[in-house]
Design a protein around this ligand. Structure first.
Ligand code: C5P
Length: 409
């Protein structure tokens, strides 16, 4: 950690702003120097005087303040910080950040910023759940912005409950300290993830594939990187951006994926989220197969290598925690338990990909997932959540299991 880390705290306009005063104290207790920017909405809830009294520094509020611009200037405000912390991060501030708007001091500082950014969102649960906020949060995460919270619980609005409460000042200060130290719960670990479908060539223009989008695997790779891990993502062909801070190796076929996985070892944790094609053409035609009006071309199939089983059954160099997926349309848990034993992996995340799963648009290619986690200890049913939230939960679960060195995962 830096001797005196400098934190630029941007306070947005929400009732949780009252907690930001305590946050200033918590950050200073941890030895940080805190400089505060407040939006005009924030000043409806707390005053610059209070923030300045606690931070022992000028509080900045105006983009076009002649004196402040001459003295420090909005570009220098973030350049002079080691971390930019936004608490509370309102839906409006998140939307501005996601779209690059800069019509006030806070948003201009965020657009000019090159430092790590930590957001502590706070808003009504309906605003947090709104598809626009979901899109903005996903965009910000993909841009490398980190999040702490929001937590679930009672809202300021009477009788309202759900995710949207700002994380507590102590949690935020801890998250800021970890970020400044460049650490997360998976710091020092190498996490290997497979994602996406594979394409199995039939001839130079045709291939066998499936509907996997890679969204779940990519979300896991991104979450592991945010948790401080070094992440290698071996991905089949997908239409997704590379997750921030992840080493991506692109492959087409199952055999290429196996080779890339083996080349990426050793790893501490391996997560096989790819939907690998079970079969490939027994022989790939060197030239495009012609439709000649006669007999249909024969398409003999042979089995692809099972990448998960191959790695899970390795003696030397087996990752300590090997995690597979099981997409089933019936008897989801029973089949997945059998698969866990057969493939030799430690955990299986089982998901119901049938129409009965009730997930709008389906799991394959969709944004949500309802999974069961199957371990040696039993079965956990996880509620339906976005693939990003499933990824976060899996990474937290992995981190917790690694903290217990004596017990098997
Ligand atoms: O046998 P099934 O395809 O249902 O197993 C799914 C799990 O095995 C997933 O974790 C998938 O990534 C992995 N798998 C693999 N190589 C294969 C087939 C599946 O790694 N050839």
């Amino acid at each position: 950690m830096l001797a005196t880390p400098r934190i630029l705290l941007i306070i947005g306009g929400g009732i949780a702003a009252y907690k930001s005063l305590d946050l200033i104290r918590r950050l200073k207790e941890r030895g940080a120097a805190v400089r505060v920017v407040m939006t005009s909405a924030a000043q409806h809830f707390i005053t610059p005087l209070a923030a300045g009294a606690l931070s022992h520094d000028t509080v900045f509020t105006e983009l076009f303040d002649r004196e402040a611009e001459q003295d420090v200037g909005h570009i220098r405000l973030s350049r002079e910080a080691d971390l930019v912390l936004v608490a509370p991060a309102t839906a409006d501030l998140m939307a501005k950040m996601a779209h690059g708007l800069a019509d006030d001091l806070a948003s201009a500082v965020l657009l000019a910023n090159t430092r790590p950014v930590l957001l502590a969102p706070a808003m009504n649960p309906a605003m947090w759940a709104n598809p626009a906020t979901r899109r903005n949060a996903a965009q910000l995460a993909a841009d490398g912005v980190r999040f702490v919270g929001p937590n679930a619980g009672a809202m300021a609005e009477r009788g309202e409950d759900g995710p949207g409460r700002m994380a507590e000042p102590l949690e935020i200060a801890d998250a800021a300290a970890r970020l400044l130290a460049g650490e997360g719960p998976l710091t020092g670990r190498h996490v290997l993830v497979t994602s996406g479908p594979t394409h199995e060539p039939i001839d130079p223009v045709r291939y066998i594939a499936n509907r996997s989008s890679g969204k779940q695997g990519h979300a896991i790779a991104a979450a592991a990187a945010r948790a401080g891990a070094r992440v290698t993502l071996v991905s089949g062909p997908v239409n997704l951006p590379d997750p921030f801070g992840v080493d991506v190796r692109r492959v087409e076929s199952a055999r290429e994926m196996l080779a890339a996985v083996e080349a990426a070892l050793p790893a501490d944790i391996a997560i096989f989220a790819a939907a690998v094609a079970d079969w490939r053409a027994a022989s790939e035609a060197g030239e495009k197969m012609k439709k000649d009006g006669g007999a249909l071309p024969p398409l003999a199939l042979i089995e692809n290598p099972d990448i998960l089983a191959t790695i899970a059954h390795r003696g030397e160099g087996r990752p300590r925690l090997v995690i597979g997926f099981a997409a089933e349309t019936q008897n989801v848990v029973a089949y997945a338990q059998a698969k866990r034993a057969r493939k030799g992996c430690d955990w299986i995340l089982a998901n119901d990909v049938s129409a009965r799963s009730g997930i709008a648009g389906g799991v394959m290619g969709g944004d949500s997932n309802a999974v069961h986690l199957i371990t040696a200890a039993g079965v956990e049913a996880w509620p339906t959540a976005s693939k990003g939230a499933v990824a976060e939960r899996l990474v937290a679960r992995i981190a917790a299991s690694l903290d217990q060195p004596e017990t098997s995962p």
